[in-house]
Design a protein around this ligand. Sequence first.
Ligand SMILES: [Mg+2]
Length: 327
Amino acid sequence: MTAPSTALAAALGTVLGSAVGDALGAPFEFGPEGAFTARFPTPGYGGEMCGGGGWDPGEATDDTQMAVLVGESLLRHDGLELPDIFRRFQQWAAAEPKDIGLQTEAVLGSGDPWDLAASLHFQVSQRAAGNGSLMRAATSAVYFAPHGRTATMTAARQIAALTHGDRAAWEGTALFHELIRVALDGRDPLTAIPEALDFVHPDHRARYATVLAPDWHPDRATEFNGAVWPCLGSAVWALRTTDSYEASVRAAIDLGGDTDTVAAVTGGLAGAVYGADAIPERWTELLHVPMPGSGDHNRVLRAPELTDLARRLATGIDAAPGPRRAP
Ligand SMILES: [Mg+2]
C-alpha cells in the first residue's frame, strides 16, 4: 500500500472518500452482486457516477449528510456535545431527507429525550445492530484521531448510541474510529486489527474477530450487509483485497445489498490509506451533498466544502469566517 504523504491527506481522504463511496454506491442499493462491474467493466473508464434510483449523478445520501452534521457540531462546540448532535439529527430528519435508516428515523422521531431515545427504542424493538451509526463516522473519526485510542473509541460509542441502542453498533463504530486513527498515524490499519480487537467490549469481540479475519469473505456473512458486522467486515475485505481507492470501492459496490453504506465505510478506510489525491477527480467533480433541514433549504456541499470541513476537523481549527460586522 502507498501511504499518503501526510496525515492531512489521509484525513481529507477519509471524509471525501466516504462521501464519494456513498454517492457512487447509492444507485446500486439493493441490487444484485456484480452489478457495478457489469455496467462499468473497465476501471478508470469514466461515467461511473451515474445516478439512478432517485439519485442524481454524484448525489450523496444520508450517510454523508449525517457525517456532515456530526462534523459541524464538533467544530461548533469545539468537542463532543451529544445533545447538539441529536438536535441536528432531528432537524435533518424532520426535513424529510430522501433516505433515512429505519432505526434512526424511529429514534429521532420518538419524541424521547436524546439520552434515552435509542435505548428505549431498542428495549421495544430489540433490533438496533444496523450499520446506521457506522456509516456516518468519517468526520468524527478524523476529529478524534489525534486524541488517542481511548478517546476516539469512547466518542464513537457515544455518538453511535444516540440512535442505536445495541452495543454491537457502538463497537463496530469504535473499531472504524480506531482503524482510521491508525491510518492517519501513517500505519496500516489492516495490521492493527488484532490489537484493535483487544479494545472491543468482550461480549462483542469474537463476532468482530470473525468478520475482520484475513480469511473472511462477504459470502460468509450471516446477516444482510445492512447489519453492522458484515458491513464493517465487507469494507475491510474490500480494502484488504484491492490495491487502490478506486478498486476498493468498486469491490464494495459489487457486493450488492446496502451498497451506498458499504461503499461509504470502504471509501472512508481506503481514503485514509491512499489519501485524498487517490480519489478520482471525475468522481469528486460530481459529488454533492444536499443538506435538508439546515435552515437554508438549498444548501449543498461539494468537494471543496467537504475538503474544508475535513481540514478543520483534522486540525481542530474552525477557520470558517464568522459573521462580520461592517466597520
Ligand atoms: Mg444512505
